[in-house]
Design a protein around this ligand. Structure first.
Ligand code: SAM
Length: 281
């Protein structure tokens, strides 16, 4: 049986039957345009054997498009009404029961999945998009790539390179795990209700690990410190770690980093070089 997609009218009908008034606090802006969902799936390059994890499936428009491409989707939805309804909607659209697992939980509190996901594809709840994405990349190393829809401002930050105005904590931390590519923008008109921010798609591909968990923690701490005081030079920011600005200056120099540089010009590999030297002390 072929799987059919959701249209705008049906989405509104389902919401009405659930007495659902989309909640801003949960970032509930549903995609009502099936072409957008298919575009996301194409961009994610889903193979039939992929186990796709979707965070925040909502009424299920993207979920059904994913299930046209693979027979294994796990969807994590915090809203109980939506989580209860989704398997029913999926069945009505021709999805065999075994192809979709719905977990009614806050994605941030999910540490385990029944089997390892290979891709992450989601129209993320905007209020938690960065922590959810970074947390999933950390918790599920089996995720090799994916596509997320986020607020355009966040998409630009995730994909920003050192030296650019938008480069910051999300850019440096995301780059620890993946190459992040700003893929496309999405019109506000594809959502119901229409959001008051613009949205964009980010594609990510996991690269070789830059180091172990200990090194990651130290690197992330250095990143947080560097961007907490953006205007300051690294030797001043890290002086308390090294026990003085002179000590910081020589330690940074010996890690091959100019001590007068600022965090905003440093790629994650450079933060990791400082972390490596710190961990050896
Ligand atoms: N994927 C759907 C679509 O494109 O139409 C809905 C996307 S909507 C932007 C975000 C969805 O995430 C909502 O269904 C919301 O209830 C859910 N959500 C919000 N916070 C969540 C969390 N912490 N964990 C899991 N789901 C969450």
């Amino acid at each position: 049986m072929t799987i059919s997609l959701l249209g705008a009218t049906e989405i509104r009908e389902i919401a009405e039957s659930l007495e659902l008034h989309p909640a801003k606090s949960l970032g509930q802006n549903f995609v009502i345009d099936s072409n957008t969902c298919q575009k996301i799936v194409r961009l994610a390059v889903i193979n039939h054997g992929d186990h796709v994890v979707e965070i925040g499936p909502g009424i299920g428009s993207l979920t059904l498009a994913l299930l046209q491409a693979t027979n294994r989707v796990t969807a994590i939805e915090i809203d109980e009404r939506l989580a209860r309804q989704l398997p029913i909607t999926a069945k009505n659209h021709g999805v065999p029961d075994k192809n979709l697992t719905v977990i009614n939980q806050d994605a941030m509190k999910l540490f385990d999945l029944p089997d390892a996901p290979t891709k992450l594809v989601a129209n993320l709840p905007y209020n938690v998009s960065v922590p959810v994405l970074l947390t999933f990349l950390e918790r599920f190393p089996s995720i090799t790539s994916g596509v997320v829809m986020v607020q355009t401002e966040v998409a630009e930050r995730l994909a920003a390179k050192p030296g650019s105005k938008t480069y910051g904590v999300p850019s440096a931390k995301a780059a620890w795990w993946c190459d992040m590519i700003l893929a496309d923008s999405v019109s506000r008109s594809v959502f119901w209700p229409v959001p008051n921010v613009d949205s964009s798609l980010v594609k990510f591909i996991r690269h070789e690990p830059l180091g172990d968990e200990q090194l990651r923690r130290t690197t992330f701490d250095l990143i947080d410190r560097a961007f907490g005081q953006r205007r300051k030079m690294l030797r001043a920011i890290y002086s308390d770690i090294y026990g003085g600005s002179g000590e910081a200056e020589s330690a940074l120099a010996s890690a091959g980093i100019d001590p007068t540089t600022r965090g905003e010009s440093l790629a994650v590999e450079r933060f990791a070089a400082i972390a490596k030297q710190l961990d050896r002390r």
